[in-house]
Design a protein around this ligand. Structure first.
Ligand code: ARG
Length: 460
């Protein structure tokens, strides 16, 4: 005979097979099992401490739950879809193992506070065990690469037009900044994850004398939730996780876009090792940056998760609604995707070389020393707006016969502006420019070395 559902008593009909299949979440919330069991053990211990269950019942419950944990780990646990979700599956497994004491576990608890607890534990681990360390590894890869290429000069672009020469290290460290803000956002979100909802019951708490603080402490939470209605209906902590994930994916996607462009023959700035590229089924000569294209492409999944979560919650009346069961789909999808993308991007960075000669060659056309020439004139007392006009005229003049500013003679300079002396040649040309950046945080090699020292100390 089919086992009765725990909520069956007030129903005159069994759930239709369609209903059962439609409402189940076990197929995807299974992965919460560790958190569900840990939460149940803490809950049982608390129930025993306040005298709501006996010590021997508590022992039996804990033994049963631990056995279920090992069964699941060993792949021996029988997942029955009729159980609806992970919470019911574990509870039913427990009752099957230990009998009567198992029926006492759900005292002063609802699946609503239980699932909120499981999810908070899950997100906390996702931040601590995946996001923070993986971001750190990616940053370390970028910093190492920046160190290697601190003296390599490359063109930097605005509007995808050559703008000013920079150290390749400075370019790489720009991404380290972006990923640092991502890391900070996860760490900050964690503060609001780190709140224990257990004991909020279905939404109103319990009339039984439970001790919520004890459970929170056992589970390593910083604090307990203040309001049971909010605690059961709230999923902001998932929204925040996904928002941080979406920005992080955005940064990965921009880095991917750069590497894809830079690997093209047109740029030839970088070489990504063969092990991180794939070929074409038809064109034998092809080596494609598919890994980076997929990092860019998978960003859509992470955005979709954020939008999915926002859409899921926007119309919900206070407090818990079954819609929330779908939160896991978005959470898991973004977590898995971002984790994989962070991992592989760090590996790609470690296996990408910058073609230093190509970078340098790309800086000698495009008048990337025009700005320094204007600033040179400022140092000779020319107002900047006027200096800008002089240099603009010189650029137009040189461009006519395909020359660069450093190729102009002093006579030619003098025809436009009489303040240009022979020392101007110590300013022109990309190599001079990068050495002369002065402002704090500039994109020259000296500043790069200083920034690297900062990151090395911070990351140590
Ligand atoms: N599987 C549900 C979820 O993930 C658990 C909570 C169900 N609660 C309820 N009263 N139906 O949200």
């Amino acid at each position: 005979m089919k086992e009765q559902k725990s909520w069956q008593a007030r129903f005159s009909q069994a759930a239709d097979a369609l209903t059962e299949r439609y409402v189940e979440s076990l197929s995807f919330d299974q992965r919460l099992w560790k958190y569900d069991i840990a939460g149940s053990i803490a809950h049982a211990e608390m129930l025993a401490e306040v005298g709501l269950i006996g010590k021997t019942d508590c022992q039996a419950i804990k033994r049963g739950l631990r056995e279920i944990g090992s069964d699941i780990e060993a792949g021996k646990f029988k997942w029955d879809p009729a159980c609806e979700d992970i919470h019911m599956a574990v509870e039913r497994g427990l009752i099957a193992k230990v009998g009567e004491p198992g029926k006492r576990l759900h005292t002063a608890r609802s699946r609503n506070d239980q699932v909120a607890l499981d999810l908070r534990l899950y997100v906390r681990d996702a931040i601590d065990l995946d996001m923070t360390p993986l971001l750190g590894e990616l940053q370390a890869a970028l910093v190492d690469s920046a160190q290697k290429y601190a003296d390599a000069v490359m063109p930097a672009y605005t509007h995808m037009q050559r703008a000013q020469p920079v150290s390749a290290g400075a370019y790489l460290l720009a991404y380290v900044e972006q990923f640092e803000r991502d890391r900070e956002r996860f760490v900050d979100a964690r503060k609001r994850v780190d709140v224990c909802p257990l004991g909020s019951g279905a939404l109103a708490g319990s009339t039984l004398p439970i001790d919520r603080e004890v459970v929170a402490k056992r589970m390593g939470f910083a604090t307990i939730s203040r309001n049971s209605i909010d605690a059961t209906g709230d999923r902001d902590f998932i929204g925040e996780f996904l928002a941080a994930a979406a920005l992080c994916a955005c940064h990965l996607s921009r880095l991917a876009e750069d590497l894809i462009l830079y690997m093209s023959q047109e740029f030839g700035f970088v070489t990504i090792a063969d092990a991180f590229c794939t070929g074409s089924s038809m064109m034998p000569q092809k080596k494609n940056p598919d890994v980076m294209e997929l990092v860019r492409g998978k960003t859509a999944r992470v955005y979709a998760a954020l939008f999915g979560m926002l859409t899921l919650t926007k119309g919900l009346p206070m407090a818990y609604n079954r819609d929330l069961q779908e939160d896991k789909i978005h959470l898991f999808s973004a977590h898995d995707t971002l984790k994989a993308s962070l991992e592989i991007t760090a590996a790609v960075i470690r296996n990408t070389t910058f073609n230093v000669d190509r970078l340098l060659a790309a800086t000698d056309k495009g008048f990337m020393d025009a700005t320094i020439l204007a600033e040179y004139l400022v140092s000779k007392g020319v107002p900047f707006r006027q200096a800008h006009q002089h240099v603009g005229a010189l650029v137009a003049y040189a461009e006519k016969d395909g020359r660069e500013l450093a190729g102009l003679t002093l006579d030619e300079f003098a025809r436009v502006c009489d303040r240009i002396g022979s020392d101007v040649y110590e300013y022109l040309g990309p190599a001079n420019v990068v050495e002369r950046y002065r402002s704090a945080g500039n994109a020259g090699p000296e500043s790069v070395r200083e920034q690297i020292r900062f990151w090395k100390t911070k990351m140590a």
